[in-house]
Design a protein. Structure first.
Length: 81
């Protein structure tokens, strides 16, 4: 069985194959952060907090998660085999 969760855990999984390319991670983060700024500027603080929460979760999971960095293959691993 996989270690990844089901339900909400699977939705918030930032280490999936879909998010492997850097440009996808940057795009998802930028869209959620931008959407949060739009909502706050329009006076919708509730939706601004929701979108900002997604930006925070994505930012941490995509760029600062130590488990994500540990799971990344090292460049010399493929060459040494």
């Amino acid at each position: 069985m996989s270690e990844r969760g089901t339900g909400l855990g699977a939705i918030l999984d930032t280490r999936g194959e879909f998010f492997r390319p850097l440009w996808v991670r940057i795009l998802v983060f930028a869209i959620s952060a931008g959407w949060s700024a739009i909502e706050f500027s329009a006076g919708n603080s509730f939706w601004g907090v929701i979108a900002g929460g997604f930006a925070v979760i994505g930012g941490w999971g995509f760029f600062f998660d130590p488990q994500r960095a540990a799971a990344r293959p090292k460049p010399n691993d493929a060459a040494s085999k």
